[in-house]
Design a protein around this ligand. Sequence first.
Ligand SMILES: Cc1cc2nc3c(=O)[nH]c(=O)nc-3n(C[C@H](O)[C@H](O)[C@H](O)COP(=O)(O)OP(=O)(O)OC[C@H]3O[C@@H](n4cnc5c(N)ncnc54)[C@H](O)[C@@H]3O)c2cc1C
Length: 553
Amino acid sequence: MKLPFIIIVDDDEQVLRAIQRDVRNKYHTEYRISVADSANEALELIKELKLKNETVALFISDQRMPEMEGVTFLEKTKEIFPDAKLVLLTAYSDTDVAIRAINNLKLDYYLMKPWNPPDEKLYPIMDDLLDEWQAQYKPDHEGIRIIDFQWSPKSHRLKEFLSGNLVPYIWMDVENNSEAEKYLLSTNMKFDALPLVVLKDGTWLSDPELPDLAKLIGLQQTASEKMYDVLIIGGGPAGLAASVYGSCEGLKTILIEKSNPGGQASSSARIENYLGFPKGLSGADLTRRAIAQTLRFGTEILTPKTVKNIRLKDGYKITEMTDGSEIHSKAVIIATGVEYTKLEIPGVDKFTGAGVYYGSASVEAHACKNEIVYIVGGGNSACQAAMHICKFAKEVNIVIRRDSITKTAANYLIENISRTPNIKVHTRTEVVSVDGEKVLENITLKDVNTNEEKTVPAKALFIYIGAKPGTSWLNDIVLKDNKGFIITGSELLREKSFNNFWKLERKPLLPETSVPGIFASGDVRSTAMTGISSAVGEGSMAVRFVRKYLQET
Ligand SMILES: Cc1cc2nc3c(=O)[nH]c(=O)nc-3n(C[C@H](O)[C@H](O)[C@H](O)COP(=O)(O)OP(=O)(O)OC[C@H]3O[C@@H](n4cnc5c(N)ncnc54)[C@H](O)[C@@H]3O)c2cc1C
């Protein structure tokens, strides 16, 4: 495979030589490093690279150059290599320009001169940006291929699973891709056996079950230990944070996830309020970082595995999975978050996965290119989805029952939406039915003031209408509130039955449930502040209390 490029531009010969030396020292085995002493020369070079089908992973440009400012140069590179990471070399006095560029240009980093020592000030930043670029980068000729009809629910399930587990794949529409036909011919596959999945080594599967596919692509399916210190149920931000802290503190930690790690956060196209990421980051990126971090510390992740019950034996917890397997642990953290509320209107079940989606904006956005799309709901997640899909779709319509989105969405989203010409907000409106032949074609809208109905064409309908706790599997093992969220800590003391279920002398620990040694964190916990940062905080904190509990057993 041809190595991707890192391109450095600076008119100051000394600075150019210094940064070239430092970048080359660390990255020359994985990247080709090219330098130019003028922005125009660099632009010529990258046009040539494009023609030769080369790829550029990262541009580094000085801000102050006589013929063109660094931000202008980086802006121009985006027209040719839109996915490359952008770093601006700045002096202290350029900080304002750089911060503006984070917003306007989506600059990835501004690097203050001098960057010595590079081990501290240059390489960690470049490693991070290059890892991020590698994760998004899909070379034309490699990877798993999924071949099917565009709007097939079966392949939607596979795409969602692979992208959620950060496994790169290439999607091939059987109707519009001549290459796809070649794969069908070579496997003798008929249309009704689709989707076809072709792995890197040429192995192929027809309409595979997720656990079978997971096994073949190397995702861990069985626990390696007989007993764990802590077992975490749910791989959203709370569960992932708990797993990082658990393993990092030396606890034998295992994480069970029923679909793919990342939870709700993984369907967020851009998280703008997560500390330390001023330009925001996608849910997929946050998940990728968290998975890498937790695996590095030694957490075992089993996915896809659904927990169906927890039994107690001599103070130990036995977690039962729907596939019949069981795992023993001393403590359990339940971090099963919330599940999307279903939209109960005619036609939705038929077209779920075939034009109607819960979340999934990041997976299906590309398929909405030049199409008319509807989104139900006016909360932050719905608005984030609209901002993401509008980059591809011809028209994005947000449908809400209220008068406006001002009470339900964050200010920055409201402002962004009002500035985006292809997003329309339909207030005092609801979707009453969806229709189509094989895939979604139309939806019917009702004006809630006049009850007037109209049917409009729609290629996709994304539903974001709230959520209920992921505790339906939990039966009565631990105490829940009247909405199904898990009660923990001092809230348990208010329960009339407290003395019946709590037999220890000490009080329940902060995130502890009505069963000693079973903890809950994140959105699933009653009275939790929802959100990614809170979930991460709660997951990390739960581990502290798990340690305390383990010390007393
Ligand atoms: C589209 C979208 C955008 C969002 N954007 C933002 C944002 O920008 N900023 C912000 O602060 N918040 C945002 N949120 C909210 C935020 O994502 C949630 O508050 C956060 O993910 C909660 O984390 P959690 O770990 O508690 O639960 P979840 O993220 O819900 O994760 C729970 C996990 O548990 C798994 N699970 C459930 N039951 C089982 C079982 N029986 N066995 C095994 N696994 C199970 C699920 O599959 C899931 O992966 C967004 C939410 C959505 C939907």
